[in-house]
Design a protein around this ligand. Structure first.
Ligand SMILES: [Zn+2]
Length: 78
């Protein structure tokens, strides 16, 4: 599988920040749901990640929640 460290690290870092900043139970459920989707994504072996992690539709859509965060790359836009 190709290296997905960059975009995955970005997503995990921002999820952790969102978790720390969560103001409501709904915010925490959103973080948990996103992590569940990422676990499913990892467990099923994404064919897009195998060929081009920066081109992965799911990772790009997930990362797009934080377009102004440090480390976001414009070419990740969905
Ligand atoms: Zn993928």
């Amino acid at each position: 599988m190709a290296d997905v460290t960059g975009i995955l690290s970005f997503i995990k870092q921002n999820l952790a920040q969102d978790e720390r900043a969560a103001a409501t139970a709904r915010d925490l459920r959103q973080v948990a749901a996103t992590r569940a989707v990422l676990r499913w994504h990892d467990e099923t072996g994404c064919p897009e990640c195998a060929t081009d992690p920066d081109g992965c539709s799911l990772l790009r859509a997930t990362a797009s929640v934080w377009p102004d965060a440090i480390g976001y790359r414009e070419y990740w836009q969905p």
